[in-house]
Ligand binder design. Structure first.
Ligand SMILES: Cc1ncc(COP(=O)(O)O)c(C=O)c1O
Length: 288
Protein backbone atom coordinates (compact mmCIF):
# COMPACT_ATOMS: atom_id res chain seq x y z
CA UNK A 1 0.00 0.00 0.00
CA UNK A 2 2.79 2.45 0.83
CA UNK A 3 5.45 1.13 -1.54
CA UNK A 4 7.75 0.25 1.37
CA UNK A 5 10.10 -2.72 1.79
CA UNK A 6 8.26 -5.32 3.96
CA UNK A 7 11.61 -6.72 5.11
CA UNK A 8 12.23 -3.52 7.00
CA UNK A 9 8.88 -3.46 8.79
CA UNK A 10 7.88 -4.74 12.20
CA UNK A 11 4.34 -4.99 13.57
CA UNK A 12 3.36 -4.39 17.18
CA UNK A 13 0.36 -4.44 19.50
CA UNK A 14 -0.11 -0.73 18.88
CA UNK A 15 2.81 1.52 18.03
CA UNK A 16 3.27 1.63 21.82
CA UNK A 17 4.83 -1.81 21.60
CA UNK A 18 7.32 -0.68 18.94
CA UNK A 19 8.25 2.36 21.05
CA UNK A 20 8.67 0.11 24.11
CA UNK A 21 10.80 -2.40 22.14
CA UNK A 22 13.04 0.44 20.95
CA UNK A 23 13.58 1.55 24.56
CA UNK A 24 14.15 -2.03 25.69
CA UNK A 25 16.70 -2.64 22.93
CA UNK A 26 18.60 0.64 22.92
CA UNK A 27 18.14 2.43 26.25
CA UNK A 28 19.70 1.06 29.43
CA UNK A 29 21.47 2.26 32.51
CA UNK A 30 23.77 5.19 31.72
CA UNK A 31 22.02 5.99 28.43
CA UNK A 32 19.99 9.09 27.65
CA UNK A 33 16.66 9.26 25.84
CA UNK A 34 15.77 12.66 24.43
CA UNK A 35 12.16 13.82 24.09
CA UNK A 36 10.49 17.17 23.60
CA UNK A 37 8.89 19.31 26.31
CA UNK A 38 5.30 18.44 25.40
CA UNK A 39 6.12 15.11 23.77
CA UNK A 40 4.10 11.89 24.13
CA UNK A 41 4.41 10.53 27.71
CA UNK A 42 5.51 7.03 26.74
CA UNK A 43 9.00 8.19 25.68
CA UNK A 44 9.87 9.20 29.24
CA UNK A 45 8.19 6.11 30.70
CA UNK A 46 10.02 3.83 28.25
CA UNK A 47 13.35 5.36 29.21
CA UNK A 48 12.72 5.08 32.96
CA UNK A 49 11.37 1.53 32.68
CA UNK A 50 14.72 0.45 31.25
CA UNK A 51 16.92 2.35 33.67
CA UNK A 52 17.87 5.09 31.17
CA UNK A 53 17.66 8.83 31.82
CA UNK A 54 15.00 10.84 30.02
CA UNK A 55 16.20 14.24 28.78
CA UNK A 56 13.48 16.79 28.18
CA UNK A 57 14.15 19.47 25.56
CA UNK A 58 12.29 22.81 25.43
CA UNK A 59 10.01 23.49 22.50
CA UNK A 60 9.60 26.85 20.79
CA UNK A 61 6.03 27.96 21.50
CA UNK A 62 4.76 24.36 21.47
CA UNK A 63 6.75 23.40 18.35
CA UNK A 64 9.67 20.93 18.22
CA UNK A 65 12.98 22.82 18.25
CA UNK A 66 15.64 20.93 16.27
CA UNK A 67 18.51 23.16 17.40
CA UNK A 68 17.59 22.64 21.06
CA UNK A 69 17.45 18.85 20.54
CA UNK A 70 20.86 18.81 18.84
CA UNK A 71 22.29 20.92 21.66
CA UNK A 72 20.92 18.43 24.25
CA UNK A 73 22.58 15.39 22.65
CA UNK A 74 25.69 13.91 24.25
CA UNK A 75 27.85 10.81 23.83
CA UNK A 76 25.26 9.02 26.01
CA UNK A 77 22.23 9.79 23.81
CA UNK A 78 20.81 6.58 22.33
CA UNK A 79 17.28 7.52 21.27
CA UNK A 80 15.65 10.78 20.19
CA UNK A 81 11.85 10.69 20.02
CA UNK A 82 9.93 13.21 17.94
CA UNK A 83 6.21 12.83 17.31
CA UNK A 84 5.39 14.57 14.05
CA UNK A 85 2.60 15.75 14.28
CA UNK A 86 2.95 15.85 18.05
CA UNK A 87 0.34 14.87 20.64
CA UNK A 88 -1.02 16.93 22.41
CA UNK A 89 0.20 20.11 20.66
CA UNK A 90 -0.92 19.10 17.15
CA UNK A 91 2.03 20.97 15.65
CA UNK A 92 4.64 19.52 13.29
CA UNK A 93 7.98 20.41 11.68
CA UNK A 94 8.85 20.01 7.97
CA UNK A 95 10.66 16.96 6.59
CA UNK A 96 13.77 19.09 5.91
CA UNK A 97 13.97 19.86 9.64
CA UNK A 98 13.70 16.15 10.49
CA UNK A 99 16.49 15.46 7.99
CA UNK A 100 18.66 18.14 9.58
CA UNK A 101 18.01 16.54 12.97
CA UNK A 102 18.90 13.04 11.75
CA UNK A 103 22.07 14.27 10.09
CA UNK A 104 23.22 16.20 13.14
CA UNK A 105 22.80 13.41 15.73
CA UNK A 106 25.79 11.77 17.38
CA UNK A 107 26.80 8.50 15.73
CA UNK A 108 25.36 6.17 18.41
CA UNK A 109 21.89 7.81 18.48
CA UNK A 110 18.73 6.76 16.63
CA UNK A 111 16.00 9.22 15.60
CA UNK A 112 12.52 7.78 16.14
CA UNK A 113 9.87 9.63 14.16
CA UNK A 114 6.50 8.80 15.70
CA UNK A 115 3.97 9.11 12.89
CA UNK A 116 0.82 8.23 14.86
CA UNK A 117 -0.94 11.21 13.26
CA UNK A 118 0.88 11.18 9.90
CA UNK A 119 -2.22 10.07 7.96
CA UNK A 120 -3.97 13.33 8.77
CA UNK A 121 -1.33 15.28 6.83
CA UNK A 122 -1.94 15.29 3.08
CA UNK A 123 1.17 14.27 1.15
CA UNK A 124 3.30 13.45 4.23
CA UNK A 125 4.94 10.01 4.32
CA UNK A 126 5.51 10.04 8.08
CA UNK A 127 9.28 9.92 7.64
CA UNK A 128 9.49 6.89 5.30
CA UNK A 129 11.84 8.62 2.85
CA UNK A 130 14.17 9.55 5.70
CA UNK A 131 14.22 5.92 6.86
CA UNK A 132 15.13 4.77 3.36
CA UNK A 133 17.98 7.21 2.94
CA UNK A 134 19.60 6.92 6.36
CA UNK A 135 20.81 4.26 8.82
CA UNK A 136 19.79 6.17 11.94
CA UNK A 137 16.05 6.83 11.43
CA UNK A 138 13.09 4.68 12.52
CA UNK A 139 9.43 5.52 11.86
CA UNK A 140 6.45 4.26 13.88
CA UNK A 141 2.85 4.23 12.67
CA UNK A 142 -0.50 3.10 14.00
CA UNK A 143 -4.00 2.00 13.10
CA UNK A 144 -5.32 3.69 16.26
CA UNK A 145 -5.92 7.18 14.86
CA UNK A 146 -7.15 7.75 11.30
CA UNK A 147 -8.26 4.13 10.98
CA UNK A 148 -10.11 4.24 14.32
CA UNK A 149 -8.82 0.83 15.46
CA UNK A 150 -7.27 1.82 18.80
CA UNK A 151 -8.85 -1.10 20.64
CA UNK A 152 -7.51 -3.59 18.09
CA UNK A 153 -3.90 -2.67 19.00
CA UNK A 154 -2.10 -2.64 15.66
CA UNK A 155 0.95 -0.54 14.97
CA UNK A 156 4.11 -0.89 12.93
CA UNK A 157 7.63 0.33 12.58
CA UNK A 158 9.86 0.92 9.55
CA UNK A 159 13.58 1.16 9.94
CA UNK A 160 17.03 0.17 8.71
CA UNK A 161 17.83 -3.58 8.59
CA UNK A 162 20.07 -3.45 11.64
CA UNK A 163 17.27 -2.00 13.83
CA UNK A 164 14.48 -4.26 12.54
CA UNK A 165 16.72 -7.27 13.11
CA UNK A 166 17.37 -6.26 16.74
CA UNK A 167 13.69 -5.55 17.47
CA UNK A 168 12.74 -8.87 15.85
CA UNK A 169 15.00 -10.68 18.29
CA UNK A 170 13.20 -9.36 21.39
CA UNK A 171 9.64 -9.17 20.04
CA UNK A 172 7.27 -11.87 21.32
CA UNK A 173 6.47 -14.15 18.35
CA UNK A 174 2.67 -13.91 18.65
CA UNK A 175 2.26 -10.24 19.54
CA UNK A 176 -0.65 -9.59 17.16
CA UNK A 177 -3.91 -11.52 16.92
CA UNK A 178 -5.21 -12.72 13.56
CA UNK A 179 -8.39 -10.69 14.14
CA UNK A 180 -6.36 -7.49 14.62
CA UNK A 181 -4.30 -8.18 11.49
CA UNK A 182 -7.43 -8.87 9.42
CA UNK A 183 -9.04 -5.63 10.62
CA UNK A 184 -5.89 -3.65 9.86
CA UNK A 185 -5.59 -5.12 6.38
CA UNK A 186 -9.22 -4.30 5.58
CA UNK A 187 -8.77 -0.77 6.92
CA UNK A 188 -5.61 0.01 5.00
CA UNK A 189 -7.05 -1.30 1.74
CA UNK A 190 -10.12 0.93 2.09
CA UNK A 191 -8.40 4.00 0.72
CA UNK A 192 -11.66 5.75 -0.21
CA UNK A 193 -12.88 5.70 3.39
CA UNK A 194 -9.45 6.79 4.72
CA UNK A 195 -9.42 9.71 2.28
CA UNK A 196 -12.92 10.73 3.35
CA UNK A 197 -11.86 10.68 7.02
CA UNK A 198 -8.77 12.75 6.25
CA UNK A 199 -10.74 15.34 4.27
CA UNK A 200 -13.52 15.60 6.88
CA UNK A 201 -10.97 16.00 9.65
CA UNK A 202 -9.21 18.80 7.76
CA UNK A 203 -12.48 20.63 7.07
CA UNK A 204 -13.93 20.31 10.57
CA UNK A 205 -10.60 21.04 12.29
CA UNK A 206 -10.43 24.40 10.51
CA UNK A 207 -14.06 25.11 11.38
CA UNK A 208 -13.60 24.18 15.05
CA UNK A 209 -10.39 26.20 15.45
CA UNK A 210 -12.08 29.26 13.99
CA UNK A 211 -15.26 28.80 16.04
CA UNK A 212 -13.21 28.54 19.26
CA UNK A 213 -11.06 31.55 18.32
CA UNK A 214 -14.20 33.62 17.72
CA UNK A 215 -15.25 32.71 21.26
CA UNK A 216 -11.92 33.87 22.68
CA UNK A 217 -10.14 30.50 22.83
CA UNK A 218 -7.07 30.42 20.54
CA UNK A 219 -5.09 27.39 19.35
CA UNK A 220 -1.98 26.68 17.29
CA UNK A 221 -2.43 25.44 13.73
CA UNK A 222 -3.11 21.75 14.26
CA UNK A 223 -2.03 19.06 11.81
CA UNK A 224 -3.66 16.20 13.76
CA UNK A 225 -7.22 15.15 14.68
CA UNK A 226 -7.50 17.41 17.70
CA UNK A 227 -7.07 21.02 18.68
CA UNK A 228 -5.09 22.24 21.68
CA UNK A 229 -7.40 24.95 23.00
CA UNK A 230 -5.62 27.59 25.13
CA UNK A 231 -7.52 29.20 28.00
CA UNK A 232 -6.69 32.25 30.11
CA UNK A 233 -5.46 30.17 33.05
CA UNK A 234 -5.33 26.69 34.52
CA UNK A 235 -8.43 27.50 36.61
CA UNK A 236 -10.37 28.55 33.52
CA UNK A 237 -9.33 25.42 31.59
CA UNK A 238 -10.37 23.17 34.49
CA UNK A 239 -13.68 24.98 34.97
CA UNK A 240 -14.40 24.66 31.23
CA UNK A 241 -13.60 20.94 31.38
CA UNK A 242 -16.09 20.54 34.27
CA UNK A 243 -18.73 22.47 32.36
CA UNK A 244 -18.19 20.39 29.20
CA UNK A 245 -18.42 17.20 31.26
CA UNK A 246 -21.76 18.36 32.69
CA UNK A 247 -22.92 18.76 29.08
CA UNK A 248 -21.82 15.21 28.25
CA UNK A 249 -18.71 16.34 26.34
CA UNK A 250 -15.40 14.66 27.16
CA UNK A 251 -12.16 16.46 26.32
CA UNK A 252 -8.63 15.91 27.63
CA UNK A 253 -6.83 17.85 30.36
CA UNK A 254 -3.13 18.11 29.53
CA UNK A 255 -1.54 19.54 32.69
CA UNK A 256 0.56 16.36 32.79
CA UNK A 257 2.06 17.53 29.48
CA UNK A 258 3.05 20.87 31.03
CA UNK A 259 0.09 22.58 29.39
CA UNK A 260 -2.11 23.35 32.42
CA UNK A 261 -4.09 26.14 30.74
CA UNK A 262 -5.02 23.96 27.75
CA UNK A 263 -7.61 21.35 26.84
CA UNK A 264 -7.14 18.93 23.94
CA UNK A 265 -10.37 18.70 21.99
CA UNK A 266 -10.82 15.92 19.44
CA UNK A 267 -12.22 16.82 16.04
CA UNK A 268 -15.44 14.84 15.92
CA UNK A 269 -18.16 14.80 13.29
CA UNK A 270 -19.96 18.00 12.36
CA UNK A 271 -22.61 17.85 15.08
CA UNK A 272 -20.01 17.06 17.78
CA UNK A 273 -17.85 20.00 16.63
CA UNK A 274 -20.87 22.34 16.72
CA UNK A 275 -21.88 21.10 20.17
CA UNK A 276 -18.44 21.59 21.68
CA UNK A 277 -17.94 25.02 20.09
CA UNK A 278 -21.30 26.24 21.38
CA UNK A 279 -20.70 24.80 24.84
CA UNK A 280 -17.26 26.46 25.09
CA UNK A 281 -18.88 29.71 23.94
CA UNK A 282 -21.54 29.51 26.64
CA UNK A 283 -18.90 28.74 29.26
CA UNK A 284 -16.70 31.70 28.22
CA UNK A 285 -19.69 34.09 28.27
CA UNK A 286 -20.37 33.10 31.86
CA UNK A 287 -16.74 32.98 32.98
CA UNK A 288 -15.25 36.24 31.66
C1 LIG B 1 2.13 10.40 19.55
C2 LIG B 1 1.59 9.05 19.84
N1 LIG B 1 2.35 7.98 19.60
C3 LIG B 1 1.92 6.74 19.85
C4 LIG B 1 0.67 6.51 20.36
C5 LIG B 1 0.30 5.08 20.67
O1 LIG B 1 -0.73 4.62 19.92
P1 LIG B 1 -0.99 3.05 19.72
O2 LIG B 1 -0.17 2.30 20.71
O3 LIG B 1 -2.44 2.87 19.93
O4 LIG B 1 -0.54 2.77 18.32
C6 LIG B 1 -0.18 7.57 20.63
C7 LIG B 1 -1.51 7.35 21.22
O5 LIG B 1 -2.11 8.17 21.85
C8 LIG B 1 0.30 8.89 20.36
O6 LIG B 1 -0.46 9.96 20.61
Amino acid sequence: MFGLDPERMICGAGSDEILALLCQAYAGRGDEVVHTEHGFALYRIGALANGASPVEVSERERVTDVDAILAACTERTRLVFVANPNNPTGTMIPEAELARLADGLPEQALLVIDGAYAEYVEGYDGGARLVETRENVVMTRTFSKLYGLGGMRVGWGYGPDHVIEVLGRIRAPFNLSTAALAAAEAAVRDTIWAEKCRAENTRLRAWLAEALAERGVPSDTSTANFILARFASRAEAEACDEFLKSEGLIVRRVAGYKLPNCLRITVGDESACRRVAHAVGRFIEGAR
